[in-house]
Design a protein around this ligand. Sequence first.
Ligand SMILES: [Ca+2]
Ligand SMILES: [Ca+2]
Length: 379
Amino acid sequence: WRREAPRPRVERLDPRNNPAAPSPAVDDERVYVFFAEFGLLAYDFDGNKLWDAPLGPFDNLYGMGASPVVFDGKVLLVCDQRTDSFLIAINGTNGQVAWRVDRPEAASSHATPIVWQPNNGEPQLIVVGSFLLSGYAISTGQRLWWVRGMIHEMKSVPVISNGIAYVNGYGSPMNDPGNTLDVGPFENALQYDSNDDGLLSRDELPEGRARQRIRMSDLDRDGKLSENDWNYFRNSMAMTNGMFAIRLGGSGDMTDKNFLWLYSRAVPQLPSPLLYENLLYMINDGGIVTILDPTTGAQLDQGRLQNAVDSYYASPVAGDGKIYMVSELGMVSVVKPEPTLRVIATTDLDDTVYGTPAIDGNRIYLRTGTTLYSFGLPQ
Ligand SMILES: [Ca+2]
Ligand SMILES: [Ca+2]
């Protein structure tokens, strides 16, 4: 079946994004889909619409990207945007809001959250966004603890294993080690406020990062940097690109206790990491594969995929003792899960791929720009 969703408005999108970028979520009874230009919709498995929950409009520099997650009867959706970011839980049976919490620190992030079940205690939603990784109680929406140090735009889904989250964040080359800096407080920057209106316009700012990045930093889009805009800019210049390993849990600000390690070379902007057979893999947008020791963050190997040198948007997946990496132009590399990068097969799908493959049972599903493929052994 096929159903058309309402599209009451058209929102700004980066050309690499599209209005149907968020993936659907399913439970035993329903499928939930989020379209930023409408909101959430729920269907039964016969395609009958059960409810809808209009949300937005949204304002995100690149458009919305986070997918809904369903757990324990609630549809959980991170709606981070330039201003008024929030996290919402909607009752899967009837579409009513169970709870909604503001995320004032978050701007322009796109990361789908992940559920974490601690050994002791209630399930939490682990949300990565601007500057913070946070744990929320799924039952109430209360933010229980957080760790500082994330960059300003988080896009990747964390991977969780043994109470540790591995998550990569990449802002721009200005966030590479050695390039970060403290641009100082707003009160110092006000020396450039030549018309004394308490705001910094593009023309007032000297040549440099503040002027170059005003389109990103001007969160409320009035063409000038307020103190709030400046603080976002200041924080975004101070943070370091990296793969972060963070212990989960605790209460309040856990930055000092929970931050385990940071690895900062060839970090992906978009593809999420993969933890498989006790090795941590990442592939960056430029096609550089890095294999890390998840315990220490030590680099075990780094290199490009022979026969598939390309850009990468899809995240790596693994099953049956193999890792699958799919490039933007549809080159599929099958990699052995070993500390040294070794490709055992390459296939060309001859079409664009931006979506992460899905594995279910003995099948792997791959979606290209035109075609949905299912691969597996004959039954
Ligand atoms: Ca001014
Ligand atoms: Ca502004």
